[in-house]
Ligand binder design. Structure first.
Ligand code: PLP
Length: 331
């Protein structure tokens, strides 16, 4: 099986903003794009993206999960980066058009079609370090993906990082390239020095998120995760899992979680932790690394509540449970 995100559908939907208006969307080959070497994005990182999925149901229908939420966040990222405003309705139509055109290529569960909307500044102007790009380019790229857990479920090792930050605090809720560049070296160092899979950024002891996923602590019937603020990415999976946890009668606490409280709770036998994100849905965390020491979460294994919540979400995505919250766009 090819690595996640390395297989692409040969065409994509595109639209260009010329400074005044968006062009009608077109379907073009996805093997290359042409950019001026002075394009704003290449110098000043005026770029944002989204990640969402389309699922095949047994009746043959294709269903896109929480598309409106992702378009809303795409629009917000564009606005916060001073990119031209996207046309939300047109973007939704571009997604539907390209997924419909390639609906036969949408893998059956546990696979799906990963959808990657991308928007960046194209103005050839290298003197615009402190000014926005007037023009921009938007595309919807598709990548069929298989079972993320095909190798069997394992648990992740997370390094708790209290001194560094994933990105600048005011950039946290923007899904933007620069933020991943900012987190890359700390993650590479954590892999090398501690055999960690990810870094859980905890600036000043405040448990926040990893490089590309939100963090949830599951202690018995209680789910604890950081309350929304502008310092981190507001995951659609996070919101969906919290909604399903409330539906199951769990006590969901969106609030500050300190490293001290995290380590104290993790030491209890039944405690679980997980990372949430579109790619991996909900991935169990088995070990926290703090001050050079390993701390197992609960018994260090795969949490049963984590699996139950992931299954509840997959059941809706895969058409096996009622879509009570109206999360699916059927095409
Ligand atoms: C994309 C992303 C997430 C997860 O968001 P989902 O909408 O659940 O996929 C969390 N944190 C960061 C930094 C991300 O880029």
């Amino acid at each position: 099986m090819a690595a996640f995100g390395t297989v692409f559908i040969p065409e994509m939907a595109i639209a260009r903003f010329d400074g005044n208006r968006w062009s009608p969307s077109e379907i073009v080959s996805s093997d290359s794009i042409q950019l001026h070497p002075g394009a704003h994005v290449l110098h000043y990182s005026s770029t944002c993206f989204e990640g969402l999925k389309a699922f095949r149901h047994e009746d043959g229908s294709i269903n896109i999960f929480r598309m409106d939420r992702n378009i809303e966040r795409f629009s917000q990222s564009s606005e916060l980066l001073a990119l031209p405003a996207i046309d939300k309705a047109a973007t939704g139509q571009m997604i539907i058009d390209i997924v419909s055109r390639y609906k036969d290529e949408v893998p059956a569960p546990p696979g799906s079609m990963y959808i990657r909307p991308t928007h960046f500044g194209t103005e050839p102007a290298i003197g615009k370090a402190a000014a926005p790009s007037v023009t921009s380019f938007q595309y919807i790229l598709l990548s069929p993906v298989g079972d993320y857990f095909a190798g069997g479920d394992t648990t992740l090792r997370l390094l708790l990082e209290e001194n560094g930050a994933r990105c600048a605090a005011h950039m946290g809720m923007i899904k933007s390239g620069g933020n991943y560049a900012s987190a890359l070296r700390p993650i590479m160092k954590a892999k090398q020095a501690f055999n960690a899979d990810q870094v859980l950024f905890c600036p000043e002891g405040d448990v926040q998120e990893t490089g590309a996923a939100n963090f949830l602590l599951i202690d018995g019937n209680t789910v604890i995760t950081k309350a929304l603020d502008e310092s981190f990415l507001h995951g659609v999976t996070r919101d969906s899992i919290l909604t399903l946890a409330r539906d199951l009668g769990m006590d969901v606490q969106e609030r500050q979680l300190s490293v001290d409280e995290l380590l104290e709770r993790a030491a209890k036998p039944g405690c679980e932790a997980a990372l949430s994100g579109t790619a991996a849905v909900l991935t169990p965390v088995g070990t926290l690394i703090h001050d050079g020491k390993d701390y197992p979460v609960g018994n260090g294994g795969i949490g049963q509540t984590t699996l139950k919540l992931r299954q509840a979400l997959n059941d809706i995505q895969w058409g096996k449970a009622e879509d009570k919250h109206g999360w699916l766009t059927r095409i």
